[in-house]
Design a protein around this ligand. Sequence first.
Ligand code: SF4
Length: 485
Amino acid sequence: MEKSFLPVSFKEGKKYYKNFTGFDVIFVTGDPYYDHPLSGMAIIARLLDKKGYKAGIIAQPLSDEDYKACGAPKYFFCITSGLLDSMLANYTPMLKKRENILVPERALMVYTQKIKQHFKGCMTIIGGVEATIRRFTHFDYRDNKLRRGILNDTKADLLLFGNAERSILTLLERMKQITMGSFEGVKNHLDLGSIDGISFRVKKEDMNQKIRHLPPYEECAADKEKFSLLARTFYLLPDDAFIERCGSGFIQHNRPCHTLAEKEMNYIYNMPFTRKLHPSTKFFEFNQNMVENLESSVVIGRGCWGSCSFCVIPLVQGKEVAKRSKESIVQEIEALYSSGTKKINDLTLPTLNMYGSRCALYRHESKIYSPIIDEPITVYDKKDYCNQECVGCKYRVLSDDLYPLLEEVEKLNQKYAGTSMELRSAIRHDIILGQKNLFRKIMQFVTRLKIAPENLSDTVLKQMNKATASAFKEFLEEYKKVNKE
Ligand code: SF4
């Protein structure tokens, strides 16, 4: 089947979908429309399309026409600033304004306001990196002060955080059962409290008394200790639900979605992406150069438990590593080789040598229904308290599952003449010291090994929650040995 982009206008919707009278869900993103498994928005949009919903995409809107290109959706607008927080996209760490940036500052606020202006009464949902990392009271680097949770600032109806596949499908399943209207009209029919991975406004009288309250925004703004308590609480209880008061309102943050199961990951990453940039992309050449080397990158999992103090990956992708099966990954690589790709540019995972690893305390099994693969799956919970310092923890189980995968890739490279694969994702140099065979296998696919020691002062490294300088020196010795071999 010829792979094609999802529609980016009402007109294209008519060509792409049968009996088309309008989209069910319209995505608004601050990124170019890159139809690739590296793009969170492209994954969710394609998943909805595969599940029979009519999905339209508005990428990097600038004019009113851009916002209106897809018309009004039956269910909701799904708004994201893209893969980057829009303030980081607009400013350097030294707060120098970047040039030629098409995503506006505070994109979620701008996009949501524009949508509300053009489509009064339409439901708006925010999601993605910016929404996830700003869902609670948070420190804003550009303003050098605390800001309220972003649902307050945007006035969007709902917020989806982290891995949102299950949450958005569950929401749509419930909306299909009711007559859509304004969010206020339908929200009481959606049982929002039972959908993992969403945040929503809740009235005082409707609050679930069992859910822990975080210090309110006003107290955090007045007292740094209160803000530290807030940040520490959700860092130490990453799987919990919380309620946060802001002004006279309350935001309920349900528990995050459980780590995606292998079958779900395989389903998601085997969807028919074109792996291309949409031809209508603004500054096409510039963006094409940016993504050129990503096209043949193959995603093998999500999540990282390194817990570096400055990193948002555990918030956005989770700490428990979700993985695809070896067979699903090999199938994708073989499909790329047989369609003429000569080089796989990466097996993508935030930290390669965490593939297959797990925490032994996630041992409390339960069954939930997966709307991704339409069958029950087993999920795991951890009930024991811990300090969330996974590196060096006795319950963290490392895995060498990447080794047999790399062996399969070697066989494919022999089967398809002239093909090769390079590993560009980083490894954790301190953890790899416990995986010396795997280290040697990884090195066979590396031209430049990526590691992140960040600093050599143990005082600074402690604040970064990174490995010690001595671990780095020990790693260097091992690295030299492998190179000699
Ligand atoms: S028990 Fe250990 S490995 Fe598991 S989450 Fe806590 S710190 Fe991490």
